[in-house]
Design a protein around this ligand. Structure first.
Ligand SMILES: Nc1ncnc2c1ncn2[C@@H]1O[C@H](COP(=O)(O)OP(=O)(O)OP(=O)(O)O)[C@@H](O)[C@H]1O
Ligand SMILES: [Mg+2]
Length: 250
């Protein structure tokens, strides 16, 4: 069974239709890359998967999206539970003005976990999962702002993992990072897919090629082509896809 199934999804900001009839399914424990030129709707689509667009006024969505078979736009859906299950990492590292430890513990506390031992265990495990432990173990109670950008981004990923989601959404998570930090985050994504289902927006074609199993090419709000990453990059069927991946536009 597919983990995430989108069927005939349309999305509007006011009068403007940002997504047109998107149908796309994602298997569990895979990495799916969303690519396409600026403004084509990648972030809009990504944000639909944990209902972050609900926070924007005057928007409208039609079609269905299910995760684990549950319609996430159903009236019965608890949005807080959904967002616990579907974590998100943004383009710019956005640690809270708190200590390294408290950044990762935050989501646990918000979710009502008070047991000190459980919090400590989860914080350590999450920081280990993002391969940051050795770099921060001696300064867990220092401000997260004392970390480098790449370390902050891994911390933000740890923060997302601490609340044990099953889906991880990443919107250009390495675009603000240097090549070394980028490759650390890429290696991490590769490791994480054993446990999580990952959907990642990237403008970096090489990155999509390195880390994703499947790639979806969006153009002007439409899903033009969706296939195995290898197929998209070696023999796409649509001319627009080929033009984009070969750098002829976008
Ligand atoms: N809050 C908003 N209100 C109105 N229109 C919006 C809003 N957010 C995005 N849009 C519009 O929706 C379209 C898709 O935007 P989106 O941010 O999803 O694109 P994107 O593919 O993520 O682009 P980029 O690669 O630049 O991040 C664009 O035309 C954009 O101007
Ligand atoms: Mg975007």
């Amino acid at each position: 069974m597919h983990k995430i199934v989108s069927q005939n999804v349309n999305f509007y900001y006011g009068e403007f239709q940002a997504l047109h009839d998107i149908s796309l399914s994602v298997k569990e424990n895979t990495v799916t890359a969303l690519i396409g030129p600026s403004g084509c709707g990648k972030s809009t689509y990504l944000r639909l998967l944990n209902r972050m667009n609900d926070l924007i006024d005057n928007t409208q969505m039609s079609g269905t999206i299910t995760i684990d078979g549950n319609d996430i736009y159903d009236k019965q859906t608890n949005v807080d539970d959904l967002r616990k299950n579907v974590g998100m990492v943004f383009q710019k590292p956005n640690p809270f003005p708190k200590t390294i430890f408290e950044n990762v513990a935050y989501g646990l506390r918000v979710n009502g976990i008070t047991d000190k031992k459980i919090i400590e265990e989860r914080v350590i495990t999450s920081i280990e999962q993002v391969a940051l432990w050795d770099e921060v173990k001696d300064k867990l109670h220092k401000s997260a702002f004392e970390l480098s950008g790449g370390q902050q981004q891994r911390l933000c990923i740890a923060r997302a993992l601490a609340i044990q989601p099953s889906v991880l959404l990443m919107d250009e998570p390495t675009s603000a990072l240097d090549p070394i930090s980028t490759s650390k985050v890429e290696e991490l994504i590769y490791e994480l897919k054993k446990q999580y289902t990952i959907v990642i927006v990237t403008h970096n074609m090489q990155q999509a090629g390195r880390i994703s199993d499947n790639t979806a090419f969006f153009y002007m709000g439409e899903l033009i082509e969706y296939d195995k990453t290898k197929t998209i990059f070696t023999k796409p069927t649509k001319k627009q896809t080929e033009d984009y991946i070969t750098g002829r536009f976008g």
